[in-house]
Structure formats: structure tokens, C-alpha cells
Design a protein around this ligand. Structure first.
Ligand code: GLV
Ligand code: MN
Ligand code: MN
Length: 419
């Protein structure tokens, strides 16, 4: 068989997605099947063990680095050639699905298995990676493992980060689940190039009836955590004029950032995703409220203006209520553009496979945006049903998963060179 005729086995890819989805499974009332595998929890460890087992089954040389990133490598014919890397993440948000991240990793394994079974040798090695804590939901920032991998954050600093939920230290959790590896991080050498297959996580491809998104880049991401401190008081006896209520400030910030996104329009998004009241009791004016603001835009200049406006609205609301403000930057990444030649390759490969395509930016953050700092990088998107993700109802039709994996296969073969 000519290698141009090679196709992945969609059923085998699906079986791996299903098996990984069984770990930390979350079931919804309407038959939804999702995942809760927050980074470095016991479930994340079990998911890692399963994927590492598959890497060994495929004969890959597996390494684990100091931040817990795992890379499996299939040797190429040229001992001096850097690997063509595929990958993503297998941690999820608490209300995650089967596909976010998992698809890029298991799609990579499927590409490798297809190549191995066909008896094809590539000149460059093929690597499949999963990066630690892409989601950032437990340990901020997001894309943490890939950020350390590319030298954007010192590993010692990353290991000291504390969890948002239980305050655990990242390095301790990594050791607890058995993934404090010995390979140095940042990586000693850059991959030849990087491709990440991912679900779109938004509605565009489905709306337009298009199968493959050739991703042009990732929008800028800004995460800030605010802690508002006021005066805890009795809900029945404290006159309204005497209150210093951080809950009111939180409410005004939540409504305010939504209005700001509306005012800026276009691609501007703004979200308050976490909000915690202390002491969180029915008859107590709260003493403290902590919330997070996530703002994103494809245009760095606009994003900076929006950040400034968020600061102003927070300060105005807090001052009016006599509440103090502490702010902490959790994540800040500028917009990233992918490698033009790699984007062209993804698009041309999909078209050669007879698939409909469109170019599009990514609204979500991805490990690819970090890898783009050290090697030519691009992404392949496939449609998300109802545009849903970070929701256990996340779903992508098997035919679209298979189509995306075939694009990944042929883009990778083009860059790796068939010996
Ligand atoms: C992380 O993946 C994000 O986009 O929030
Ligand atoms: Mn993801
Ligand atoms: Mn995600």
C-alpha cells in the first residue's frame, strides 16, 4: 500500500478514548459521560498509568521529566533527527469531557500504531507527549507543564505552586502520584515540529458544516484572582448603611465584566468562573470573597485596555463599599500565531483527504501555544457538538475524530519523511 493511502483505525482510537474516560468518570442525568481528572489528583495518576502502558505496548521509549510531562518516542531511521512531536494533555477540568486534550494524545498514539502496523519507517522519530496540568483549574497557570518544557517558567517555581482547591503543593502531588520524573525540564532539545489535534470546544465548525479547522493561533489569556475583604456582621442586626460587604463588590464585578465584554464586542470574552464566600452562611454578611476574572482577546492591545477597565471597575466597586482588594495574576499569555507553513500543511492535507476546511483562531488555551515558542507548530480542530466543552456533555462524532486523526497522520508523515 502506498503510504498516501494509509488511514488510522477510528474504532481503535475510540476504544482508547472510552477506556481513558472510565478513569475519573462522571455520569450526567441524560446519559452524558464525562471526566473529572484534575491535574495531579489520584485519577490523573491512574489516567497517566493507562496511557504510559499503551506507550510501552507500542514500543515507545518513555521519559518523564521533572514537571511530570511524559514523552514516548518511536525511533526514526536518522539517529540525528529531532522528533516530530504530537500531543496535548490528559488532565481535565472537574466537569470535563472525554475529548479535550485526550484526543491529541490518543490521536498521536493512533498515528504511531498506524505507522508501526503498516511497517513504515520515518526519517525523524515520532513522539507523543502529554503535558502536566494544561487546564490550570487546580494549579494556575494553565499550560503549566508545556510552559516549563519550553523554558517559560522555572521548574522550581512551578513545583512550589499551591492548588486552588486544597492548597496542596504541586511538587508534592507530582511525587505522590509517581510522576516526579528525572528527565531535565526545560527540554534539552526542541522537537523538529509539533502538531496538536484537538476538539474546537466552540460552535463554529459545526455551525458551518466544516470538518477540519486549520488553527492559525491562540488568543491572549489573562487570569486574575481578587480577594475582597470587608466586615463580617449579623445579617439581621446590621443596618445596610453600616455594611462593608465584599459579596456586593463581587456581584458588581461579575455583572461589570459581563457588561465590559458586551461593550467591547467582537471576540472579547470575560468570565468569572470561581467565587468563594467566607464564611458562606445564610445569616452572615461575608467577611471575604475571592473570585477569578478570565478575559481573552486575539488582539493584545485591546486585551490590555480591557484589563485596565477591569482594574478600574474593581477599584470603584471596592472603594464605594469600603472593602479592601488584593489581586494576584494567575496567568497572562499574549496571543500566539502558529507557523504559516505548518498551517498550510494542515489545510492542504485535509483537502487532499477530501475534507472541508476553514482557518480559525483558537478561543481556548493549548499546549501548542507554548511549543510554538521553540518549534514550528500548528493545530488541527474537529467539531464539537453544540459547541460544548468544559462540560460533561462534550461530544465529537467518531467520524470527525477519525478525520482529524487522519489529517494528523498525514501532516506528521509529511514532516517526518517516509524512509
Ligand atoms: C485552558 O485550556 C483554557 O483555555 O482555559
Ligand atoms: Mn485542551
Ligand atoms: Mn480544557
Amino acid at each position: 500500500m502506498k503510504h498516501a493511502d494509509l488511514r488510522v483505525d477510528g474504532a481503535r482510537l475510540w476504544r482508547r478514548l472510552e477506556a481513558l474516560g472510565e478513569i475519573g468518570a462522571v455520569h450526567g442525568p441524560n446519559g452524558e459521560r464525562g471526566n473529572a481528572r484534575l491535574a495531579l489528583t489520584t485519577e490523573d495518576g491512574l489516567g497517566r498509568d493507562l496511557v504510559v502502558g499503551w506507550m510501552h505496548d507500542l514500543g515507545l521509549a518513555v521519559s518523564i521529566d521533572a514537571i511530570g510531562n511524559v514523552v514516548g518516542v518511536l525511533a526514526g531511521t536518522d539517529p540525528d533527527a529531532a522528533p516530530v512531536m504530537m500531543g496535548s494533555h490528559i488532565d481535565t477540568v472537574r466537569t470535563g469531557g472525554w475529548f479535550d486534550g485526550n484526543l491529541g494524545v490518543l490521536g498521536g498514539l493512533e498515528v504511531v500504531e498506524t505507522v508501526v502496523r503498516a511497517g513504515i519507517r520515518t526519517r525523524h522519530p515520532l513522539a507523543v507527549a502529554f503535558f502536566t496540568d494544561e487546564e490550570g483549574a487546580r494549579f494556575a497557570p494553565d499550560m503549566l507543564g508545556s510552559l516549563v518544557y519550553v523554558g517559560g517558567l522555572a521548574v522550581e517555581d512551578a513545583l512550589d505552586i499551591r492548588a486552588a482547591d486544597d492548597g496542596a503543593r504541586l511538587g508534592d502531588e507530582l511525587a505522590r502520584i509517581g510522576y516526579a520524573g528525572s528527565t531535565p525540564c526545560p527540554a534539552a532539545a526542541a522537537p523538529h515540529c509539533y502538531f496538536e489535534l484537538h476538539i474546537e470546544q466552540g460552535p463554529v465548525l459545526e455551525d458551518e458544516g466544516i470538518t477540519i479547522g486549520a488553527v492559525t493561533g491562540v488568543q491572549g489569556i489573562s487570569w486574575t484572582e481578587y480577594t475582597f475583604t470587608g466586615q463580617s456582621a449579623h445579617a439581621g442586626t446590621t443596618p445596610m448603611r453600616l455594611r462593608r460587604d465584599p459579596g456586593l463588590v463581587a456581584a458588581q464585578v461579575i455583572a461589570g465584566v459581563r457588561a465590559l465584554a458586551g461593550e467591547f464586542g467582537g471576540a472579547q470574552v470575560a468570565t468569572v468562573g470561581r467565587c468563594e464566600f467566607t464564611p458562606n452562611l445564610v445569616n452572615v454578611v461575608p467577611s471575604q470573597v475571592t473570585l477569578t476574572v478570565d478575559v481573552r482577546n486575539t488582539d493584545e492591545a485591546v486585551l490590555q485596555v480591557v484589563e485596565q477597565r477591569v482594574t478600574e471597575l474593581v477599584d470603584a466597586a471596592a472603594t464605594a463599599e469600603g472593602v479592601t482588594v488584593e489581586r494576584r495574576t494567575l496567568a497572562r499569555f499574549e496571543p500566539v500565531e502558529f507557523d504559516p507553513a505548518s498551517i498550510d500543511l494542515v489545510e492542504a492535507t485535509a483537502q487532499q483527504l477530501g475534507l472541508s476546511t476553514r482557518r480559525m483562531p483558537s478561543g481556548a488555551g493549548h499546549d501548542a501555544q507554548m511549543l510554538a515558542r521553540i518549534c514550528p507548530t500548528a493545530m488541527v480542530f474537529v467539531p464539537s457538538v453544540n459547541g460544548l466543552s468544559h462540560n460533561i456533555a462534550e461530544y465529537t462524532h467518531p467520524a470527525d475524530l477519525t478525520a482529524g486523526a487522519n489529517v494528523l497522520l498525514h501532516a506528521v508523515l509529511a514532516r517526518a519523511g517516509v524512509a
